[in-house]
Design a protein around this ligand. Structure first.
Ligand code: FMN
Length: 167
């Protein structure tokens, strides 16, 4: 348990990756962790597309301004959901599991926005997902370029945001 709380706190967005690839087994472990996230009415409306092909990663990187580093990533997991009432919450919960599982495996990750982005349908086309599927996120993955990157970063202080009994 203590270990788990440690991983929660050292997770941070990593956007600079080394050249090392991620084994299929590790990628499977990460998606396996994603499927244990909670979902409204336990619908589990998600699908996960793992991309390791360098040409496709580069195509994904070019789609928007905020995910250029995807080009250097060893892999990307695109999280899709069926268009259910709580698709965004469900898909986001799965995305968080992906980020945390990656951290636990020593793999750097960064959430790249999917939902609401003008390029979302282009991602569906590129990855052969049916147009009805909602793109939640694209998680860039790779072994961090720098050493010792997993460390807690500054966040809003607990005392500033924790309210007991009333706001
Ligand atoms: C919904 C969502 C969308 C995000 N989209 C992007 C993105 O497109 N590009 C990016 O570099 N980071 C993106 N991020 C990562 C945030 O910038 C990052 O989580 C935030 O700056 C806090 O840093 P930390 O993850 O290291 O704690 C996104 C995060 C969330 C939750």
């Amino acid at each position: 348990m203590d270990n788990f709380l440690k991983f929660l706190k050292i997770r941070r967005s990593i956007r600079a990756f080394g050249k090392q690839s991620i084994s299929k087994k590790q990628l499977e472990k990460i998606v396996d962790a994603a499927r244990f996230a909670p979902t409204a009415r336990n619908l589990q409306p998600w699908e996960f597309v793992v991309v390791t092909d360098t040409h496709k990663l580069s195509q994904l990187a070019q789609l928007g301004e905020n995910g250029k580093f995807m080009e250097q990533a060893a892999a990307c997991i695109a999280v899709f959901s069926a268009d259910t009432k709580y698709f965004l919450e469900d898909g986001s919960a799965a995305t968080c599991n992906i980020l945390l599982a990656s951290t636990a495996l020593g793999i750097g990750s960064c959430w790249v926005a999917g939902d609401k982005k003008p390029y979302a349908q282009q991602v569906n086309t590129l990855l052969n997902a049916p147009p009805s599927m909602k793109l939640i996120s694209m998680v860039a993955l790779g072994y961090p370029l720098e050493k010792n990157v997993f460390k807690a970063i500054a966040k809003r202080e607990l005392k500033e945001l924790l309210h007991w009994e009333k706001f």
